[in-house]
Design a protein around this ligand. Sequence first.
Ligand code: NDP
Length: 483
Amino acid sequence: MSDKQKRLTKNFGRVVDNDQNSVTAGTRGPVLLHDVHLIEKLAHFNRERIPERVVHAKGGGAGGYFEVTNDVTKYTKAKFLSDVGKRTEVFVRFSTVGGEKGSADAERDPRGFAVKFYTEDGNYDLVGNNTPVFFIRDPLKFPDFIHTQKRNPKTNLKDANMFWDFLSLTPESLHQVTILFSDRGTPRSFRNMNGYGSHTFKWYNQDGESFWIKYHFKTDQDINNFTRQEAEQIKGVDPDSATRDLHMAIKNGDFPSWTLQVQVMPVKDAETYRFDVFDVTKVWPHGDYPVMEVGRMVLNRNPSNYFAEVEQAAFSPGNFVPGIAASPDKMLQGRLFAYHDAHRYRLGPNYHLLPVNRPKAAKALNYQRDGYMRFDNNGGDAPNYYPNSFGGPEPDIKAAEPAYDVSGKAARQNYAHPNSDFVQSGALYRKVMTDQDRSNLIGNIVTHLCNAKKEIQIRQTKIFYKADPEYGQRVADGLNINL
Ligand code: NDP
């Protein structure tokens, strides 16, 4: 063996003498149980799969950096946003939502847009979508909603009745449905779409002054979407079209980038604003709150191993840094719990130690110990309780979020706000879409909704009508419904 050749070993380091022939009793005899090399190899293979994400199972990811291009220190004390020109390492995962791990990238679906900033104050995760709004605004509805987007429990088939039954019984979904069934529901690639934080978040500055904000990652590659016909074709030709596009662009040095913008709202405004700013089915019209540039994100590194970095990447909207905090948006509040919980299930309680997930520019120090797959030194000989008199880590009050007022009765309550669920979808249809966008929207809806029962078609069409009579009428015409 030359010096350059490496020796193949078993998992515990013993050199393997032969990796082509199982141990048998004689040349034609059965395989022997004492071939522990064979058994180790087969047993590990049987355990290669971990549970796929119940949503966002199919995705691609890349590393890169975020660079601040505008001074936002008036609004946030987040250190990674503290200086123009400052760069922070990021890891980003893009995904579809409803499909399984092997599903096609060009499906009509929202796209996940999750960014992990490895800041010196710990990891900050901005876990958004390519849409500025969502279908529902209470996390209690989420499991039901997702069931309807997946497979019928009897047939294991996607089911237009389930899909439209739930949506037509949940009119708050209309804004997102309108975006999903526009050609933005089938982006040409991950590079050709915007990302949005979707929820309202809180920024607070050095003086403890708070602001409500909305995040917008605007693609520097331009928005580019498949038409319905193109998407249908590409799903068959290349189910991995977006994953491939991202990988090849980075491999070829054509690094995609996004400009991060925020809308900033003084906290006082939220009390009287014409829309509930914590309702994730609503945007803040740009005319009311113009966007302000924050920085630019560039993706310039393909993962060296997909499972290690992309499959094991675990994002959570609950990962904040000082200067950034949650809002009372109910969907966000549900997500603060659900993401960490999902990762503990998929990856185990020590998933935060995995290289892609652990902080890189900060050190994690606490009293949590043990658990499955604790593969660092588990705190070594340091104390494992607080308070202690042996020099263990101490909380720092300077990291506290400014205190804020809450009021009202604890109860199960709907969003009580005078504005209808149809205003913004109507504005999108009338004001933002071109004639071509509207025609494609109607065609995309009709060719999907026609697969549902007539009564469901009628119920959903009435909702389109409420957003805009022409919108409803054109869907009705396409479905041969008399409204
Ligand atoms: P503006 O004209 O100021 O903003 C319109 C926004 O719509 C732009 O950000 C644009 O994003 C986006 N847009 C353009 N075409 C489409 C499309 N076919 N589907 C979805 N979004 C599109 O108007 P308003 O702020 O008053 O918003 C009007 C409507 O636009 C909203 O009701 C909402 O449906 C939609 N919208 C609003 C956003 C917001 O944050 N205010 C964000 C995204 C959509 P781009 O610059 O990338 O083309």
